[in-house]
Design a protein around this ligand. Sequence first.
Ligand code: ZN
Length: 303
Amino acid sequence: MYGAIEAGGTKFVCGIGTNPDDLKTAVIRTTVPEKTLREAIGFFRDSGIPIRAVGIGSFGPVDLHRDSSTFGRITSTPKPGWRDYDIAGAVAGAMRVPVGFDTDVNAAILGEARWGAAAGLADSMYLTVGTGIGGGAIVNGSVLHGLVHPEMGHIRIPHNYEEDPFPGCCPFHGDCLEGLASGPAIEARWGTVPEQLPRDHKAWDLEAHYIALGLVSWICTLSPKRIILGGGVMSQPLLLNKIRENLAALLGGYIQAGELNEGLNDYIVAAKLGSRAGVIGSLVLAEEAFYRSRPPLAFDVES
Ligand code: ZN
């Protein structure tokens, strides 16, 4: 069995299993790091099940470079107490097993690529629109990390101040995509949480427009074969179709691919694993960590 932790800013979802069908999960409220991790590790210990590796898909930003002295840490988060916290080290030290570590959205696309809406595709991406906006991508069969890791929520998008005078709420950039289109941005602009906005509120047209502007950037740069959308804001059922309509208009018929025309309903899709994508994908991180740590078997060694 593997252990999985989706480490979020408001809750940790911990799981034990090998795949979506046998995964047993528990939810722990995110408080201060030491208490939260003590409870998460307690969940694995109390199960009595031998765990051979743990995967962590974490909120970020995080340091993913294995040769870095700060590998496994959450870095420049504004969340009190968590800045520079060594989350991977805390789990490895307590559990004494290999630990896989990545962003929560990279975990989500790994889960969707193994068991969900991106199964069988070598190029795909996942975007969550909720308390924040974040994305993960698989390019040529590998999760994209690069310099740090993608920060898709913080791209700059066109902002028409006459149509939308809201200045944005990102503490770093103001009106980046997250600053304009995250759940807190919707609430700050309209004075109502997204779940309570009526279906016909103009907020949803603006939201779809902003998300579609982001999607154009990634379609033109990463060229994914499918885009999966998740997160709390996406639970508004009309939003997915509004995003597709905005996207088609913004692309202007330039990119010649059936997926972006008659196939758009199968191209922009909801997460098949739903809100469990992150914790399920963390199982994949655990499995990768286990096989990375395993001593080579005789038939692995080149003669
Ligand atoms: Zn930003």
